[in-house]
Design a protein around this ligand. Sequence first.
Ligand code: IMP
Length: 427
Amino acid sequence: MPALVLLGAQWGDEGKGKATDLLGGSVDYVVRYQGGNNAGHTVVVGDQKYALHLLPSGILSPGCTPVIGNGVVVDPSVLLSELSGLNERGVDTSKLLLSGNAHIITPYNVTVDKVTERFLGKRKIGTTGRGIGPTYADKINRVGIRVQDLYDESILTQKVEAALDVKNQILTKLYNRRAIAVDQVVEELLGYADKLAPYVADTVLVLNQALEEDKVVLFEGGQGTLLDIDHGTYPFVTSSNPTAGGACTGAGVGPTKISRVIGILKAYTTRVGAGPFPTELFDEDGEALRRIGGERGVTTGRDRRCGWFDAVIARYATRVNGLTDFFLTKLDVLTGWEQIPVCVAYEIDGKRVEELPYSQTDFHHAKPVYEMLPGWSEDISKAKSFADLPKNAQSYVKALEEMSGAPISAIGVGPGRDETIEINSFL
Ligand code: IMP
């Protein structure tokens, strides 16, 4: 029953596409279980490069069934334009399955996301502005619109009315914006119904049946552990659960079915948007990591904040996700530094702290305690096995593994599909 969860172990953008590539044709189903089109990953197939935001990467493998689970929030216009963009390039998207229970990002959710951020001013979260938070808020408030509602006009109208009743008060009275008309929203949403109909399915049933038939199911997390609404650096987080438990609730699969949880870990650290980041660099090293690592968001085009590897965070990710393996990405970006600092603990108010503090105040005060590891200057992009790596690169990987608490089973040594060292197979 190979059910694998693949998730970001830091603040997202760890390079999950690479791990999906490695699993390649052996996966029967690739499932997104949370988030929406705030995610973004680039997948390279042959000489073609695809930037996906909402669709699971499995959409590009002919034998694989891509699934958008109930825990995902779906902007129908984005989904349809992503699908037609792929169709134009000859990709068959007909196998896609979309949960009828997934919530819809409505136009008013996007508006509320943007005006709220503007209103927050310098206290803003730095969201992607895609309506993610407000859509999950509606879900929890029980005024959300689900994919299945597109197929009952009367229910849809009642639900949009209920949602807009309150939102229009806020938009007009608090934010000084124009009210949004119920009819217009209903008409727009109904316009998506027929186009989405071929994909809508009982994905919970399909996935559980697939697992019973011993199919390989890959659950692909968006964002990362430290952006988790429960376990991340709240409030500077996304509004869903990218951590491993999210795969169970966001796809309707019991925890006993999950066989492996793989954390994608960048050899250094990045984050987009606001919030604490103890190892962040503001000097030429940070600039070099950004330049060499191409650290610019696929979804937003924003420069990512960059810093050294943080083992405290990696240990935390191991714990909250029950990680069985790590996939270490972008090791090649660190080539050329004489010495590489690695954060092994924090200093908080004069005390050494080994684990992630649960208090937000403490985390904001955390200063990194660095250990210096010797660097390497050789090109590592051609390395095919661990033994091909220069001694110092080997020691760097071993040190990270020891500090992080789970085996590093694969290493990314370059952007190309085949520039990966596989140590233990994931299947
Ligand atoms: P939201 O998910 O748009 O609400 O944004 C909340 C926070 O999560 C912001 O700091 C975003 O920059 C961050 N975020 C959302 N999606 C991603 C992602 O895929 N990678 C990295 N950061 C993300």
